[in-house]
Design a protein around this ligand. Sequence first.
Ligand code: GTP
Ligand code: MG
Length: 313
Amino acid sequence: MANISLEELPGVGPAISEKLRESGYKDIMAIAVASPKTLADECDIGEKKAQDIIEGAKMYADVGGFESGEDIMERRKLIKKLTTGSKAFDELMGGGLESQSIAEFYGEFGSCKTQVCFQLAVNATLPEEMGGLDSEVIMIDTENTFRPERIVQMSEHLGVDPVETLKKIHVARAFNSHHQILLVEKAGELAKEKKVKLLIVDSLTSHFRAEYVGRGTLAERQQVLNRHMHDLLEFATLNNALIAVTNQVSSKPDAFFGDPTRPIGGHIVGHTATFRVYLRKGKAGKRIARLVDSPNLPEGEAVFTITEDGIID
Ligand code: GTP
Ligand code: MG
């Protein structure tokens, strides 16, 4: 992409560039793909002005071209698979979770979304022969539910040194949705120094849900969430990494997504996530994973068990 700053765009002076940055338009690309109406509303400028700025940005932004199917095939050859710890669950996912993709785990409280994240974090540090990614892990924790004790238990069960595992898992608390978005940027920086093949966001939507309350805020929430999802997808592509995110279901009818078993964030999250997995409780530590959406796998279910040792069949 042409390396020009916002101020170099025609019609953008210091005041407008500041408004743009404050509203989250940090680079030329973000502006080029914005709609004039939204940009005008968010930056408190006229719609005509917004249109001109967007036109200017389009001239400089590299919106990408078309890739041949062969190139995509080549890139897909680099895909690595990560084990969930359960054979049945792995089979459901076509042999494991894939790098270069976003896997969304959604379900009620206690459905094991966080436990799945812990297990994936531990597994990702394992060598590839053990179903791992031989990698370090970044975890964005929005609900303060990271428990090193669980990492220790799971590591011990797998016969790996718990301290070594803990060293490879980099956790950051996100205090609000804005912070959460910034942490993905930070994650990109860390991934330049370390081999990071797994990025976890647990939970993807809790801050958004808490901060954007009421019908009037929904469009904005969806827009910010959309941008966040695309940042995550970019991380996945650039680093040949897997992104695992969790999402709750709305227990009470949401202004928009009335169905109580629907994941928060609706279409925006759903269309960007590559694999969607619905988790629900069964009897006696059993959990049922249902593959709801995937580009190349059939829908289906797998049963696994959550124990002190982690996720097993
Ligand atoms: P929310 O974040 O509240 O929406 O829930 P969640 O889907 O993230 O649930 P989480 O992964 O925290 O799952 C909690 C479940 O895991 C509880 O039902 C616990 O019974 C189970 N669990 C957690 N630790 C252990 C453990 O050491 N042993 C066993 N057997 N179960 C555990
Ligand atoms: Mg949780």
